[in-house]
Write a protein that binds this ligand. Sequence first.
Ligand SMILES: [Zn+2]
Length: 449
Amino acid sequence: MTRVLQAYQFAVDPTPAQDGALRSHCGGQRYAFNWGVARVKVNLAQRDAERSYGIPDDQLTPSVSWSAYSLRKDWNRAKDAVAPWWTENSKEAYSSGLANLATALKNWADSRTGKRHGRMVGFPRFKGKRNALSCRFTTGAFGLSDADRRHVTLPRIGLVRTHESTRKLARHVEHGTARIRSATVSHRRGRWFVSFSVEIDRVDPGPTRPDAVVGVDLGLKSLAVLSTGEVIANPKHLEIAQRELRRRQRQASRRQGPDRRTNTTPSRRWRKAAAQVARLHTAVAHARRDGLHKLSTRLVRTFGAIVLEDLNVAGMTKNRRLARRVAGVGMAELRRQVEYKAAWSGVRVHIADRWYPSSKTCSACGAVKAKLRLSERVFRCDRCGFVLDRDLNAARNLATLVEAVGGDGGELRRDSPRETHVRPALRGQRVPPREGPSGQRRCGNAPAA
Ligand SMILES: [Zn+2]
């Protein structure tokens, strides 16, 4: 049994009155956030100005504390004056905005002092009305409805009908294996969601083939290709939504869109088509994610070790070729899912080094090609003449990566993250093909050299 923090998200269908209350709460969250930003900004500017007059540091206006606790305390002192309407919403709305601000300020400060890695984080900006609506509840009455499995409870707002059954979480709650810690409501692309952060006791079955290794290559045409030779097709919904998306995009392109150079405002018909395109983009994203979830669950339930690629996702998402971008995003999402699910069921995850040429290497003889264009869908080895589907070849290479290091079994502590990075240097010490699953690699199209 593992205790994990997991999110359960439900699309909800609030009544018009509830929709208003939800908007009001999210507005309160935004208001408190902006109030805090202004307060900190003024304080920083004041201190900067004083410094420029040569006032010594110990005589400056004291700095405002950025902790969520102090921000909340200050807000409570000021709220009657700055927001006399504050009683209309749960106080959680304001706390949630101030907590977000405290995190944002911390990220900015850590990023400036080099404590935080990655891209620079800017100073928190004022939230406009066009920003995504959201509000978190950490205290008060929230959770699932006791009466049925189609409602959630929110403080101040009451019972809100869910768009789908809450069965999966409800079972955990009824069995006492789940504790709901917080509830976040958000509005995205025209729809309300409630996401519960849940502490959950999971019992996951181990893989059915604990000794088996699988390499996974995300395909462009199919969802994925496994080193076992299995091709996992895209979910049917995805194909349908993508076809519909292309149609609607063509439709939108024939209508009068906005143009800043000529100062053209979009036509009503263009707006309609654009809204349809946006909806379909959501549908495509959901269908793809659903397919990846089904795949990642199946992988961790079947194989003892999973090998994925460490793609330069940040670089790939900048790629202008849509197909590559999509594959890159999919790989990052699959990796995220496989990693946390593998930790639940005791499966090892290996991430191949970013520079490992999985596509360019021959899975029969190990020769590495200098160049392989993305349009070449079939791998042909120049040295041994081996011919195989491009993605399957890559998947097999990934699987071999772990087999070659001897599956690095043995060292499997329960509390350590089951993840290893396989460096390409290890490729030099390739073990000769063994009998069994790796021995079969020589069959097929490989001619005797
Ligand atoms: Zn070869």
